[in-house]
Design a protein around this ligand. Structure first.
Ligand code: DLL
Length: 429
């Protein structure tokens, strides 16, 4: 369902709106954030030079390192008395990034989340079980506020607590589950253990994000829970969830809400802007943020864009599912490999379960890559035969061979019940 008329605005109108909002954002950042004033002055760019949306390319990039250097509130563009809420990124290394919202920012967030849920097919008469973590993580409150704004009934259960999640799914007949893809798999296993048939639940949609997943992983989730899985994307530095989402009608790319977030794709090596269709690093500029305006943020997420109209009627650019992150690239013996390539290739084999880990070590200054993966219950093979089949497949796709592949029994690999799953363990230092 189209929630807001701007979702189908013609592209000329959209460009004009973006240009107007970009001019205001740059002026606001220049006047109120010493960091931006400094870099813009250094580059010889003044806010008055920014006229059209294409002028975005003249602005400096903002990086994760800039957030770190300006920790905790150096990038804030308003005084603390205008800040209504704080969240933080779930960074695993170093200090997390602190992000802030004015009342106006929270209104924008609620509305882009309501719009996102509507695009995912959620309706006001449905029950949304929100299993994203509440607290500093943006997932919980982002989905909570958006569900309420849409008029749906929200169950604020938060992450983990799986026995209770199952009770709620059954007793309150939740229609929609919002959680990470890895938690969907975890829940499916627990339902199975309790001999609860997913078909007997009312659940029709899961809105999954916060972690990368491949198409075969999505299929596993859809089969296990008997649902449609919709991909939702976002990041704390920009707003949280609600930057982009797939439409339930077509599910071919995630619509980026371009009236609030301006997307570009760059070559991560050179910083050069790439044309639509080419894969590179996603860069986002906020167009309406007050507390924390961000110019050309280098997300580190790899995707590509299309501005072709979607059959659903929405005109906003679509991004491809995230296949990896620039900093998740595993460089093994000098060769580039993405974990998603390994996942996609292994899961294409019906006997392989969507639970795996990749360990990287170094022996005598040589990198080693070990892959451990579970087989499905009742598979018709021996572990060694399945290992050989996986090895053959991986060797066709990857330019570097795993040193070891081990097939293990279902349940052997540690599960993540709360937070984001980690599948790659790099022990090389
Ligand atoms: O993960 C916000 C979020 C919450 C998105 C709930 C979707 C659902 P951060 O903790 O700041 O924010 O992490 C952002 O997570 O740069 C991506 O690398 C990754 N990510 C988020 N959504 C997706 C997705 C939230 N749909 C970082 N597919 C981002 C792949 C995703 N990766």
């Amino acid at each position: 369902m189209i929630y807001d008329a701007v979702e189908t605005a013609n592209r000329e109108e959209l460009r004009a709106l973006q240009a107007e909002r970009l001019r205001e954002t740059v002026r606001h950042a220049y006047e109120n954030v010493p960091f931006y004033r400094g870099v813009l002055d250094e580059m010889g760019v003044s806010p008055g030079d920014i006229k059209e949306i294409e002028d975005c390319g003249r602005l400096p990039f903002t990086t994760k390192e800039d957030f770190r250097a300006e920790y905790p509130d150096g990038l804030f563009a308003v005084e603390w008395d205008a800040v209504r809420r704080i969240h933080a990124s779930s960074g695993t290394t170093g200090k997390s990034k602190i992000v802030s919202y004015t009342e106006g920012d929270l209104d924008v967030w609620r509305s882009v989340m309501a719009r996102s849920l509507a695009a995912a097919g959620v309706t006001a008469d449905q029950v949304v079980q929100n299993a994203y973590g509440y607290g500093l993580f943006t997932g919980g409150l982002g989905f909570h506020d958006g569900s309420e704004a849409l008029g749906a009934s929200v169950i604020p259960v938060g992450g983990g607590n799986t026995a209770r999640q199952i009770d709620l799914l059954q007793d309150l007949e939740s229609d929609v589950l919002a959680c990470t893809p890895s938690y969907c798999l975890y829940l499916a296993e627990k339902l199975d253990e309790q001999r609860i048939d997913a078909e007997d639940l009312s659940l029709s949609t899961v809105v999954i994000g916060a972690e990368p997943f491949t198409d075969p992983m999505r299929e596993e989730i859809e089969d296990a829970l008997d649902v449609t899985a919709v991909d939702v994307y976002g990041l704390s530095e920009i707003i949280g969830p609600g930057v982009s989402i797939e439409c339930a009608e077509v599910q071919n790319g995630l619509h980026i809400w371009e009236d609030h977030f301006y997307p570009e794709i760059i070559d991560p090596e050179t910083g050069e802007v790439l044309p639509d269709g080419e894969a590179g690093e996603l860069v986002l500029t906020t167009l309406t943020k007050e507390a924390l305006p961000v110019l050309r943020y280098r997300t580190g997420d790899i995707t590509s864009l299309t501005r072709e109209p979607c059959e659903c009627g929405r005109t906003h650019a679509r991004m491809d599912n995230i296949t990896g992150r620039t900093d998740d690239l595993l460089i093994v013996r000098g060769v580039n490999v993405y974990a998603s390539q390994i996942e996609e290739t292994m899961l294409a084999l019906a006997d392989v379960a969507p639970q795996y880990r990749i360990d990287l070590t170094r022996e005598d200054s040589l990198d080693r890559m070990e892959v451990t993966v579970e087989h499905h219950e009742g598979y018709g093979d021996t572990p060694t035969a399945l290992e050989t089949r996986i090895r053959e497949r991986l060797e066709e796709v990857l330019s570097v061979k795993p040193d070891n592949i081990t097939v293990v029994d279902p349940g052997s690999i540690e599960r993540t019940e709360v937070g984001k799953v980690q599948r790659v363990f790099d022990h090389r230092e």
